[in-house]
Ligand binder design. Sequence first.
Ligand SMILES: [Zn+2]
Length: 449
Amino acid sequence: MTRIIFFALGLAVCARAGLAQEASHAAPAISDPRTIVVRAQWLIDGTADKPRHNVEIVIRGNRIVEVRAANSQALPGAAQVIDLGAATVLPGLIDTHTHIFLQGEDPAAGGYDVQLLKFPGSYRVARAVVSAHRALEQGFTSIRDMETEGAGYGDVGIKQAINDGIIPGPRMWVSTVSISSTGGYPLEGYAPEITVPKGSQLIDGPIEARKAAREQLDKGADWIKVYMTHRSWLDGQGALVSQPTLTVEELKAIVDETHGWGKKVACHAYNGLGLQRALDGGCDSIEHGLEITDAQIRQMLKQGTWYVPTLQVYYTDWDPAETDSGKRDRKRVAVHGVSFSKALRAGVKIAFGTDVGGFKWSDPIAEEFSREVEFGMTPMQAIQSATSRAADLLGKRGEIGVVAPGAYADLIAVAGDPLADVNVLKNVQFVMKDGVVFKSDAGSRSGVK
Ligand SMILES: [Zn+2]
């Protein structure tokens, strides 16, 4: 029997109540692949330059098997049809820089430090579970999580729980505890006699650097995250300066070890010496890259280095304008947009990343799209930065970030045209991950407020 569900996006719901909930608990068995046909007026497939009109996406189990003109062929027997009406369907979005163990804490409520000093690990895990849920709810079906901020290897277990179907969440690539140098990461500012926990594994020297990478890879890191700059301030001329952390030799030991495991290294680097060392040491992706020189852009092109700019997060939580840190906050965004535009024009590989967790998970993750467009991307380029380009960064081309035969059935839908206004991506109304409907326009079904 063919069952038809109609989600009139932006209009009244006309659906078989409870079906999405029922589906969310039913992982498709390999021997019994369910067939679902998703129909929509528009498809942005993640790779093509133009949207397609009136399509049917045929899904068997957790994979897309065919994308074809709507109503062009008889439906497969026993297919379930999800008709999304006038909606635009896209691949599930990918955020390549997240922190599920951060919650955009209010400094007045203890900020970053209280998480490491006062919260039980189980409390932080509980919050991370909610973060993972929120990622999926907002249409992000894959994330590269960029370290746990003192929560150890908690990301490894969250990823496992998602993969085992215990909790809802996106596909995860995890980087565990990260690496920086002595003096290169909080907690800071306590009496020197007191030993406080650190939000990163601090190393000194290439031997310790390699050992830290080995430990983290051994315990489940999919990526190694390295901090190549730490504090930042303005010098006497008003230029942005960042404190470098690891040496080139330390970073090279990490990169060599990590590449030997077939994995990659992401480097947090703002500008200056630390960014230069990140490039000279062979980082695979530069995170943030607030101020990149022309020579560094050429080096990124030559080395094939990815750029994950995380623009929007630097527009949040500015200190007062007259303070040193407030001036620094404003300078950061002033140079960042310029770097992004230059890198884009030069053809540097750019993947969508937000640093969500640095801001609250209840804020729209998709705000980043409008910053990308503000600084020169077309809406289609912005969408591809969070779909096929992000998939390339993760080494998953053709499997995620695309609606095409062979890809995982990770789909989202929005009402309206994101090519006319990327802000419609802030209101994702339908989410399917792995061939299972997680959310329809009736709202999330999994009961977390
Ligand atoms: Zn980050």
